[in-house]
Design a binder for this molecule. Structure first.
Ligand code: CAA
Length: 258
């Protein structure tokens, strides 16, 4: 599938860009958007020429949530049997670092989608929240689990139980976003960060992302064991030899992803 209807996909250097493009619904995440984002991200992930992925939306909305109109009539069994949000597990598992570039609304599934990414760079216009409680439901794409890990129990409970939104400054104070930049500079700044990440050695990027993921999922002792092993494994790459030789020779490294 490369003929996408709800996203725009492009490659800039070693960075794959995915722009959610459903302006009529503030980029609400319906089944088709999910399938297309997962397909595009998986293709970028399989491409050695790609070292970072950017996921973004519009100036008005990163994504205003899962598509309420698509879900409204479903039963609990429909949601389970249809594995309604199952595709996102594949997105969250891509090896390549993913940056969410967030302007405007990142609500419900939109906030949850941003939290599936490795960095969240927010415009000063960004608004984050889990307003599902206002709809008589609760977060369903990871919000009740990932938000706590990002901002701690009490801030997460405040957002999830009241359904209020927080602005970019509060989100940065809470630890939900990596950086906040002026809205007009968002894509340029994200492009620079993505280029920086994509210039590193792929094996070390994959290993570092896997270790970061492990930290979210495992007890400390297990995570430390995993880290020690993946760290050691990088010493069998040509890029480790190149990176350390370049340091000693006081020159930039030339990585080959080997
Ligand atoms: N699903 C479907 N359509 C949506 C949508 C969503 N999540 N969010 C916005 N839209 C649609 C609106 O229905 C509207 O369409 P129409 O013009 O056809 O009526 C269009 O996008 C523009 O939206 P508004 O007119 O509402 O724009 P606004 O500027 O007045 O308000 C907003 C913006 C505050 C974001 C408001 O749209 C809103 O509250 N959206 C819903 C936010 C929400 O509840 N998200 C959680 C969804 S549930 C979820 O995500 C579950 C989960 O955990 C996975």
């Amino acid at each position: 599938m490369t003929d996408y209807a709800t996203i725009i996909v492009e490659t800039r250097g070693r960075v794959g860009w995915i722009t959610i493009n459903r302006p009529e619904a503030l980029n609400a995440l319906n089944t088709q958007v999910c399938a297309e984002i997962v397909d595009a991200a998986t293709r970028f992930d399989a491409d050695e020429g790609i070292g970072a992925i950017v996921l973004t939306g519009s100036e008005r909305a990163f994504a205003a949530g899962a598509d309420i109109k698509e879900m409204e009539a479903k039963s609990g069994l429909d949601m389970l049997m249809g594995d309604h949000f199952g595709g996102w597990t594949t997105f969250a598992a891509v090896r390549t670092p993913v940056i969410a570039a967030v302007a405007g609304y990142a609500l419900g599934g939109g906030c949850e989608l941003a939290m599936m990414c490795d960095l969240i760079i927010a415009a000063d216009t960004a608004k984050f929240g889990q307003p599902e409680i206002n709809l008589g439901v609760m977060p369903g794409m990871g919000g009740s689990q990932r938000l706590i890990r990002a901002v701690g129990y009490y801030k997460a409970a405040d957002l999830i139980l009241t359904g209020r939104t927080m602005d970019a400054a509060e989100a940065e104070r809470a630890g939900l976003v990596s950086r906040v930049v002026p809205a007009a500079d968002l894509l340029d700044e994200v492009g620079k960060v993505a280029d920086t990440i994509a210039s590193k050695s792929l094996p070390s990027l994959y290993a570092a992302k896997a270790a970061l993921d492990a930290a979210m999922e495992t007890p400390l002792a297990e995570g430390l064991r995993f880290e020690r092993h993946v760290f050691a494994s990088l010493f069998d790459t040509a890029d480790q030899k190149e990176g350390m030789a370049a340091f000693r020779e006081k020159r930039p490294p030339e990585f080959t992803n080997r």
